[in-house]
Design a protein around this ligand. Structure first.
Ligand SMILES: Cc1cc2nc3c(=O)[nH]c(=O)nc-3n(C[C@H](O)[C@H](O)[C@H](O)COP(=O)(O)OP(=O)(O)OC[C@H]3O[C@@H](n4cnc5c(N)ncnc54)[C@H](O)[C@@H]3O)c2cc1C
Length: 260
């Protein structure tokens, strides 16, 4: 059983993010961390291989060269090896170009299951997995709240607004997991030390047979025409609860504006 888990490095939750006015891209120069949604994907990939009794988990990331901590964390959690696609030519890749790169990297692994998080906490697209599955021509199940493997297929409980769909898929397939699926383990000290010795492969776009015009801005279908600050908020009224009468103040505010 081979499972590829796609992980993304995102700005730290506490970091103040800004758009670079020159490139019109998110400035990713600050503190970064593993996308929290992807910790659940790593955990599930590890559980799948453990349940199968044999196999390997390969953590895959497309990110600039310096952004290796997230892959190291995946290795420390228990992934067997890491593949890092890093190339200056990839800067400016939109969803289509990113999916194209990841699809090429997944193809060479010949994985049984490709596991992804439900969304990147910076872009919140929640769509990369479907683009990836489309390029790979594989079935895809999203919002997986549980994932079981038996008899050469996966059975997924898919979270919906109204309950759960139970979906079976043959292998190979792509599964995007919900953050409700599991409680990710913390890397142990042994895991952190061991991660340094695990195989870590760095690839350029050309190693995946991708030409410069297929990646980065050239290979992207999205063009950011302009950017502007959100409009300033109108007059705001701040209600303090100094005397414990905030509820009355809110009520008076709404009544005065004929909102109640
Ligand atoms: C015009 C434009 C320019 C951009 N330029 C850049 C840029 O220079 N640098 C940059 O980092 N981003 C750039 N982006 C953002 C980049 O395209 C998105 O981060 C990417 O398409 C994934 O989208 P998402 O985070 O919304 O993924 P989602 O669909 O929300 O992610 C779902 C899951 O996909 C997996 N995943 C997502 N991204 C990766 C990845 N890179 N590697 C491995 N797994 C992944 C994770 O498992 C994640 O949980 C740009 C976007 C646009 C529109």
């Amino acid at each position: 059983m081979k499972v590829v888990v796609c992980v993304k490095e995102v700005p730290e939750a506490s970091a103040r993010t800004r758009i670079d006015p020159g490139t019109k891209r998110l400035d990713r120069g600050g503190a970064a961390a593993l996308n929290p949604f992807d910790a659940h994907a790593i955990e599930e990939a590890l559980r799948l291989v453990a349940a199968a009794g044999d196999g390997e988990v390969v953590a895959l990331m497309m990110a600039p060269e310096g952004a290796a901590d997230s892959l190291r964390k995946a290795l420390a959690m228990g992934a067997d090896r890491a593949v890092h696609v890093a190339d200056d030519a990839l800067a400016g890749s939109d969803l289509v170009a990113t999916a194209r790169v990841l699809a090429k990297a997944v193809e060479r692994e010949e994985a049984d299951v490709v596991v992804l998080g439900q969304q990147g906490s910076d872009s919140d697209g929640a769509v990369l997995w479907s683009a990836l599955a489309d390029l790979l021509r594989l079935p895809v199940v999203s919002q997986a709240a549980s994932l079981e493997l038996a008899d050469g297929k996966v059975t997924v409980k898919r979270q919906t607004e109204y309950g759960y769909d139970v979906i079976e898929s043959p292998l190979p397939c792509v599964v995007a997991v919900s953050d409700a699926i599991n409680e990710p383990r913390y890397p142990s000290l042994k895991g952190i030390m061991g991660a340094k010795k695990k195989p870590y492969e760095s690839l350029a776009a050309s190693d995946l047979g991708l030409a410069a015009e297929e990646v980065g801005e050239a290979g992207s279908r999205t063009v950011v025409r302009s950017l502007s600050e959100p409009p300033a908020r109108g007059d705001a009224v701040r209600i303090e609860d100094g005397d414990g009468d905030a509820a009355e103040q809110v009520l008076a505010f709404l009544v005065e504006r004929k909102l109640l």
